[in-house]
Structure formats: C-alpha cells, structure tokens
Design a protein around this ligand. Structure first.
Ligand code: NDX
Length: 255
C-alpha cells in the first residue's frame, strides 16, 4: 500500500460532513441509546451492552493495529508516527477490551450498533492509514511543542474519561438499570464529565499529530457527544429535583 493524498482528503472531508450531519440530527433530539431510549424495556432489536461495545469498538483498535503491524517494510522512523498510532490504539484497547467488560449499561439498539461499527471501521482506517502511510514528521517531532502539549492534553483527557466512566459504573450494583446523580471527580462541575474527557483527549491527539484527519475526528467527537452531554444535563434537571444547580452541561463553569 502507498499513500494516496486524494484518498485522505476525500475521507477527511466525509468525516467533517458526517460531523455536521451528526450535529444537525442530534442537536434537538438525543441519539436513542442509554437514558434517551424511548422504549428501553423492549428486548427485540438490541444487543447486550458488553457485546455491543466490544464488537462496535473493536475495528477502531484492530484496523490501525493491523495496518501498523502489516506495513512492509515496517515503518520504524520517525518515532512520532509509531507513537501517535500507538496512542490511538491505546485508547481503543481500553474502549474495546476493558470498558465493555465492566459496563453495567442497558442493551444497545442494533441499528445504532450497525452504524457505530461502520463508523469505527471508517475512522480506524483513516487515522491508521494517514499516520502509517502518509504522515511525515521531522526527526525531532517528539520535542516539538505541538507534540508535547498535545500529548499532555491527550493523557489528561484520557484520565478524566476513564475516571468518569468508573464513577458512572459505580452508581449501579450489578443487574441494576436505574439512574442516579453522578457524584465526584469532574461530575462535581459538569453532567458530561466522561464526554468532556473524551473531547479533550481527541483535541490533544489532533494537536500532537497536527493532522487534518485527527482534527476532523476531534470535531466529530465534539459534534457527537457535545450535544449528548447537553441532553444528559437536561434529563438530570428534569428527573432530579435536588440536582446541583451550579453544575454545567459540558465545560466546567462555562456551559
Ligand atoms: N460509540 C462514539 N450518526 C458510539 C456509539 C453510538 O465510541 O448514526 C461514537 C463511540 C454511535 C457513535 C459512536 C457514532 C455515530 C452514531 C452513534 C449512534 C448514532 C450515530 C452511529 C461510534 C449515527 C450518523 C448519522 C452521523 C452516521 O443504561 P445506560 O447505558 O444509560 O448506562 C450508562 C451509565 N450511566 C449511568 N448509570 C447510572 N446513573 C447514571 N446517571 C448514569 N448515566 C450513565 O454509564 C452507561 O453504561 C455508562 C455511560 O453512559 P453515557 O450515556 O454517559 O455514555 P455513552 O454515550 O454510553 O458513552 C460511553 C463512553 C464515554 O466514555 C464516551 O466518551 C465514549 O464512550 N464515546 C461515546 C460515543 C462516541 C465517542 C465516544 C466518540 O465520538 N469519541
């Protein structure tokens, strides 16, 4: 395989268009899974949460990992490319092999699972292909301010995201499906602490890679889970009379 810049441009533009489509579809009404499902008790057309999250996210890990492993001759230089591709795989290793096995979430709608899986194949290919076949970095990229500040943001966002996932999980005992008020960590300030972490993470990744595909993915993430944080916030305000009034939807002290 070789680098086709026009392929990268086309896939990146499509990702940007999908982000805008996502925003227009889900700004007013939330995507219908989890607490926003209309008929959550119906068993038909659903996959157990563990199975759905594992299968849906697997391509995001597998596709770039395979591209990295199978590249011939192997791309050993510059270090930046391998490291950045490994960061992407690292996140999706967590999301595929750790998150699903601990989740206590409700069954996931098959239709969204199907689109989610397609999306993960698409994005896994775009990010992996770009980093492994197209990206060019100077040999001292690892000391560049964009790389170091982006990496720090990535790690900070990932820490917030994993910690917030854990706090949400601890709200339920095994087998429970009720919703409670999230407490602790960044949930003290925002309703969508897990989403805030994920958005910071992918903008950090975009800065560290300084690449259009990664900025398009960060923008997609913002358009996908930003509105969802807002819908979660409204749900909590409507459901719990004692919901902390100072808490914002997504960005601490701002929004
Ligand atoms: N998967 C990203 N679009 C998505 C699935 C849905 O990883 O057709 C995007 C991801 C997909 C989406 C994916 C792509 C676009 C799709 C969309 C559906 C439609 C859309 C395909 C791939 C589409 C077009 C048309 C453009 C093609 O019972 P429960 O499940 O609610 O329990 C929850 C529990 N919980 C609580 N428990 C007790 N009390 C409370 N108050 C609780 N509140 C929540 O916690 C869950 O078990 C768990 C987490 O729930 P929630 O709702 O906070 O997070 P969730 O949305 O499930 O995300 C889980 C994690 C989170 O860390 C988030 O940051 C990350 O995954 N994520 C999620 C979505 C997308 C994404 C990251 C990204 O874009 N980077």
């Amino acid at each position: 395989m070789e680098c086709f810049p026009s392929l990268v441009r086309a896939l990146t533009s499509l990702l940007g268009a999908l982000a805008l489509l996502q925003l227009s579809l889900y700004l007013r009404v939330p995507s219908r899974y989890g607490k926003h499902e209309e008929r959550p008790c119906r068993a038909r057309g659903r996959l157990p949460a563990r199975c759905a999250w594992f299968l849906q996210e697997l391509p995001s890990f597998l596709v770039p990992a395979l591209l990295l492993a199978l590249r011939s001759p192997p791309r050993l230089e510059p270090l930046g490319c391998r490291l950045l591709c490994c960061l992407f795989c690292w996140h999706y290793f967590y999301r595929t092999f750790i998150y699903p096995f601990f989740t206590r979430g409700r069954p996931f709608p098959l239709q969204l699972f199907f689109f989610g899986t397609l999306f993960c194949i698409y994005n896994g290919f775009l990010q992996g292909y770009y980093l492994i076949y197209c990206a060019e970095y100077p040999s001292d990229w690892c000391t560049d301010i964009r790389f170091t500040s982006g990496l720090l943001l990535f790690l900070l966002g990932m820490g917030i995201n994993i910690h917030s996932d854990l706090l949400l999980r601890q709200l339920r005992k095994p087998g429970e499906v009720t919703y409670k008020i999230p407490q602790g960590g960044l949930f003290t300030y925002v309703s969508g602490a897990n989403y805030f972490g994920e958005i910071v993470e992918w903008f950090g990744f975009a800065i560290a890679t300084w690449s259009l595909p990664a900025f398009a993915f960060a923008f997609f993430t913002l358009c996908c889970i930003g509105p969802r944080a807002y819908h979660h916030h409204r749900y909590y305000l409507k459901t719990f009379m004692d919901y902390p009034k100072s808490r914002k939807a997504l960005i601490p002290f701002v929004f």
